[in-house]
Each structure stands twice: as structure tokens, then as C-alpha cells.
Design a binder for this molecule. Structure first.
Ligand SMILES: [Zn+2]
Length: 396
């Protein structure tokens, strides 16, 4: 019995060594981690797998508490006034008092509502902001004509006219939701590609009207992959059906990136804000390439903090190098969550929790950005890219 076991271990070790040799070629000698053991076991020594003696908790229930004792510097209020360029929240008579109080506590000066709608609904939103004398705190982007559904010949010109009217009504930018380019269908039943020439008049109108266009293209890369045990977004995919984009026949991540980049390059006079860091926060070299190739593009940091906070040194260097190309945005308005952003950007704290377990199975670290970069990230870049934002009252 012992002989058989040892023989098995030797064969196992040989396989592992072969696997390591291959990996070493790919990663410059750094052994990548994939645990070579069968399910239910973990590698305790090279080539030796072992099962825990207690039934393991599921990943939903395993919540190890760190014993690390290190500096803790919470940042409840951002160091400089902030424009949240990627919000979906605007004031109503019922919410405005609470919103202003929360925004003041966080140092958010402007909340930019990307869900402005179009036509009359947009007009009403702007009207309320104007009558309540809140134009220096709340702004809205328009959403185009009919959500870009059913595009057919002639649609682009109509959508451009709608945008022109919405800007006259007070919209300061155009936002396209993630369905556009990914799932939205044209009248002929085909998927609408974001670089479809029928939409050209819209981008040209945005340039002429001097407003930015923010497009949410695609989803995190891992949402396009099967939810296997090596998928770092497994839990999120298992929780939310509408984030699964891996079925055969669904459009691929790379296809969406290519179509989006075509659009950016085809319209150099239109300013584009790539929502969610263009989904390249996990590959900053790729993000840098995009910015180098497209001077008309800036990145926004909504919902990708977990990627910046797990590579604080690379992220710091990126933000210093591209300090004119990054905008603050949060996406979901949750007052309790903003301070996680301030802490990552402003401190050099180490190994602290992110606010959502299912987003990230790892800890965050502070990027320790210099004041000049923070000011650009928090408001100066947004003011340059979005001329409709309040112009006065900013620190010099
Ligand atoms: Zn959003």
C-alpha cells in the first residue's frame, strides 16, 4: 500500500515538474499558482496533495480575519472637491436635503447623473435643478434617442437632432448604456456595433456641441469566461445571472474592445470618457496603449477600485504618467462606499478590505497619490473634458 502511494506521489511530482517547466517559460521563471491538486485537496509540499481534516467552509462562508497590525488612516472626506462624473442619482424634492448633507460630508461638489433620459423627462430634471438653485451641485447627461434600439437608415440624423435639443435643454454630455454595442439590436435584427456608421452623426453632433460622450462598453473580462474554479469573478457570476456573457453565440470581450477602439479612432474630434477604465484596470499597459493611441479618450474609475487597490505601485505610476487622463466616477451612489476610494487614492495604507466581497477576494492598498494628481483626478480633468460643469468655486 505504502509502495503504491509513494509511486503515485513520484509520478504526481514528475507531472508537476513538467507543468512548472512550461509555466516558467511563460512567466519569466515565476511559478504561477494554479493548484495542481484534485478538487477537495491542496498542495502541502511540492507534488503532495492533502485534504483538510475538517469539512472546508464554502467561499461564501470563509471570512478570515486578518491579524496584521498596521497603520489605519480612514478618509471620510476627500482631500479636494470632487466631481462624480459617473452617477445615476439626481435630486428630487424628497431626497435633495439628504443628498446635499451626504455630499458635503464626502466633499463631493458635483453629482453628475448619467441617467438623464431625453426629451421632456430630461427637461424636467434640469428644470428642477435650476428652480432649486442647485446648478453648481447637480448636472445631467442625456441618453440619446430610444436607447439606440431599432437603429435603421436615418436613425443617426434623428438621434443627433434629439441630442442637440437635449443639450439646449441643459444636458452637458451623452451617456450610452452597456446594452448599446453588446445586446441592442438593429431593426434588421443584427447586433448594433458601437462603430456602426449609422451612428456617426451622433458622435459628430457631440463634437460640434462640445460635450463629452461616456460609453459603458462591455463588462469585466472574466464575465465573458466560464465560471470555473479559476475565474476570479466566480461568486459574482454565480450571484447575478445578467452578468454572464459566456454562452456560445454571445459577443466576445475582444470583439467589443475592437469595435469601441475603432469608434474612438474614427472620431478624433469627439471627446470620449471610457466608463470603468475601459475595463483595462486589470491590464494597465493596455490602458496606457489605448490612451496613447487615442488622445480624445479619458478613463473613469467607476467600480474598478479593486483592480487599482491590488496593484498600488503600478497604479500610482500610471496615474502620475496619465494624470490628465483620469476622472473620478463611482457609478452606484452609496455614501458609505466613497471613503474606500479616498483611502486608496490618498493614503499608503496596506491590506485593507474592499466594500464588496463578491467583487474581490483580495485586499486593497493605498496608492499615495500626490496632491496635484488628486486635484486632476477629483475635478480638474472633469472640468476640462465637460465644459458644462460649474466653472467657478474650485480651489486654485
Ligand atoms: Zn453606470
Amino acid at each position: 500500500m505504502a509502495m503504491v502511494k509513494r509511486f503515485g506521489a513520484v509520478v504526481g511530482a514528475a507531472i508537476v515538474v513538467a507543468a512548472i517547466a512550461v509555466v516558467a517559460q511563460d512567466t519569466g521563471g515565476v511559478r504561477s499558482h494554479p493548484n495542481p491538486c484534485p478538487p477537495g485537496q491542496t498542495e502541502v509540499r511540492v507534488g503532495r496533495c492533502q485534504a483538510p481534516e475538517f469539512p472546508p467552509p464554502s467561499i461564501v462562508d470563509y471570512r478570515p480575519k486578518s491579524t496584521l497590525v498596521t497603520g489605519v488612516h480612514p478618509v471620510p472626506k476627500a482631500k479636494f472637491p470632487v466631481v462624480d462624473i459617473h452617477s445615476h442619482t439626481g435630486p428630487t424634492p424628497n431626497s435633495v436635503e439628504r443628498l446635499l448633507k451626504e455630499m458635503d460630508a464626502l466633499n463631493i461638489r458635483v453629482l453628475n447623473n448619467l441617467s438623464g433620459g431625453n426629451g421632456d423627462s430630461l427637461k424636467q430634471r434640469v428644470e428642477y435643478i435650476r428652480t432649486a438653485k442647485l446648478t453648481d451641485r447637480f448636472t445631467v447627461f442625456a441618453n440619446g434617442l430610444s436607447g439606440f434600439n431599432g437603429v435603421e437608415p436615418g436613425y443617426g440624423a434623428k438621434a443627433a437632432a434629439q441630442l442637440e435639443q437635449d443639450v439646449k435643454s441643459g444636458a452637458i454630455g451623452l451617456k450610452l448604456f452597456k446594452q448599446t454595442g453588446m445586446r441592442t439590436l438593429k431593426k434588421d435584427g443584427k447586433r448594433l456595433q458601437i462603430d456602426d456608421p449609422e451612428l456617426d452623426p451622433v458622435w459628430e453632433a457631440a463634437a460640434r456641441l462640445n460635450i463629452p460622450v461616456i460609453i459603458h462598453t462591455a463588462e469585466p473580462q472574466e464575465f465573458f469566461e466560464q465560471p470555473t474554479v479559476t475565474n476570479e469573478r466566480w461568486l459574482e457570476l454565480a450571484l447575478f445571472r445578467d452578468r454572464r456573457n459566456y454562452d456560445p453565440g454571445q459577443v466576445k470581450f475582444e470583439t467589443l474592445m475592437t469595435e469601441r477602439n475603432n469608434l474612438y479612432q474614427k472620431h478624433p474630434k469627439t471627446r470620449f470618457i471610457a466608463a470603468h477604465f475601459a475595463w483595462h484596470a486589470n491590464d494597465l499597459a493596455k490602458a496606457g496603449k489605448l490612451l496613447d493611441a487615442c488622445p480624445n479618450v479619458v478613463l473613469e474609475v467607476g467600480a474598478i477600485l479593486y483592480d487599482l487597490g491590488r496593484q498600488p505601485r503600478a497604479a500610482h505610476d500610471f496615474f502620475v504618467k496619465y494624470q490628465d487622463r483620469v476622472l473620478f466616477g463611482k457609478d452606484s451612489y452609496e455614501p458609505d462606499e466613497f471613503p474606500f476610494y479616498w483611502r486608496v487614492f490618498e493614503t499608503k495604507d496596506e491590506y485593507f478590505d474592499y466594500y464588496r466581497d463578491y467583487h474581490a477576494f483580495w485586499k486593497l492598498y493605498g496608492m499615495d497619490l500626490p496632491d496635484g494628481v488628486l486635484k486632476k483626478l477629483y475635478h480638474q480633468n472633469a472640468l476640462r473634458v465637460t465644459p458644462g460643469l460649474p466653472k467657478t468655486g474650485w480651489p486654485q
